[in-house]
Design a protein around this ligand. Sequence first.
Ligand code: SF4
Length: 107
Amino acid sequence: MGDIAFAEIIDTAEVLEHDGTKVYCANCQHCKLVRNSSGNEGQYYLRVRCDAGKWRKKLGEEKIYKYFTVARRSLDSCDAYEPMGDPKEYIRELKKSLPIKDELYTL
Ligand code: SF4
């Protein structure tokens, strides 16, 4: 599995109550789903990363997030934001499949 740009898992209610200027990373082409080895052969966790390099720790290293938290990644603005389609269409489908916790997957 390569990097997957996925569209969002945005909470519809959050979108509706917002003024429309907030950026949800899950709805951006730069938000990629990646595998992260668990240390055990053939097993991995799912993580998300920003391939525009916008997610950084204080010392500058890249920060990645657990997949199941992706809907929480939002910003007031982002100069690299590239929205993908109508969020509402994705929400319905992705919310059905978004795990509720960090899960271990096997190849
Ligand atoms: S480019 Fe900006 S909006 Fe897109 S995933 Fe990275 S931080 Fe989020």
